[in-house]
Design a protein around this ligand. Structure first.
Ligand code: ZN
Length: 294
């Protein structure tokens, strides 16, 4: 489990020009402590490079996750795509193990011509198969973390993601709050909506999973089809709002890893961290609150 609330960018920081293996060093220097390596256009990293990246992350106390390829589609009708999707997910798990990344984030697939039930069933079978393949190969210490997706054509509602986690071992959720917000046409107005979702996760997957949540966060613009554009944290006219989530993190003692997918990546990760720290300090002054270990 993550030892504290951690913040970091999805991919390399905005102004970072060095080789990717050095990204964790830069992230640490900025005061951040998480990094989501992007294998979104394919898992091409070599073992040696992945291990070096992992070493730099470990030495700098930066938590690493890996985002798998976008073209994974575990509910595809095309045999070849379906087969390749499973291979790509397995490749992601292998690379994650090399770099010491604990979770492989991925978008499960598309409904296509299928009903949501059929697509979900097919996807769950595929995930099960990949978990078996990973075990057979000796891949250890890596969890699969399917993500709540932002478009209505994509498999990945909150309910579907939680069902995947319930039904397959070594699977835990990635909650992309902007995606939930966009998919549900501006659902998250404030504390109440966050509370409801967090409750649902705890009820279905238990409090350990809730405390150890992997999250993506950005403000988002959407249409009736779902996600359109990521927006800056400072753009008040767009949701979801970050403050009520930060308040609940403090109150419930959660230790999520929060990956910023804002257009300014690490800069907004720093802004989120500042908001969280401000709320956390305020929270601790209340006499009824137990002291938390640091
Ligand atoms: Zn994603």
């Amino acid at each position: 489990m993550a030892d504290r609330v951690r913040f970091g960018p999805a991919g390399n920081p905005l102004d970072f020009k060095g080789p990717t293996v050095e990204a964790p060093i830069y992230i640490r220097e900025e005061g951040l402590d998480a990094y989501e390596y992007q294998a979104v256009r394919g898992v091409r990293i070599k073992e040696e490079v992945a291990r070096e990246l992992g070493k730099n992350a470990k030495e700098n106390d930066v938590y690493v996750s890996l985002h798998g390829p976008y073209y994974i589609n575990l509910s595809s009708d095309k045999k070849e795509t379906f087969k390749k999707s499973k291979e790509r997910l397995l490749d992601s798990m292998r690379a994650a193990m090399w770099m010491g990344a604990r979770k492989v984030v991925f978008h499960p697939g598309y409904y296509g011509e299928k009903t949501p039930e059929e697509a979900l069933k097919m996807c769950i079978e595929a995930i099960r198969e990949v978990v078996e393949m990973a075990k057979a190969e000796g891949i250890k210490g890596v969890l699969l973390a399917p993500e709540t997706t932002g478009k209505l054509s994509q498999l990945g509602s909150l309910d579907e993601i939680l069902t995947m986690c319930e039904q397959v071992e070594l699977v835990c959720p990635t909650i992309d709050w902007a995606h939930v917000h966009a998919r549900e046409q501006g659902l998250i107005k404030g504390r109440k909506e966050y509370e409801k979702i967090l409750d649902e996760i705890e009820k279905r997957l238990g409090s350990d999973v809730l405390k150890d949540l992997h999250c993506h966060f950005t403000k988002v613009e959407f249409t009736d089809k779902g996600e359109k554009t990521h927006r800056l944290l400072s753009e008040k006219e767009f949701g979801p709002p970050f403050e009520p989530f930060a308040e609940l993190i403090v109150e419930l003692g959660l230790k999520p890893v929060i990956i910023s997918e804002s257009p300014t990546l690490d800069r907004d990760a720093i802004n989120m961290k500042k908001i969280y720290e401000r709320i956390s300090k305020k929270g601790k002054k209340k006499p009824t609150r137990k002291k938390r270990k640091r």
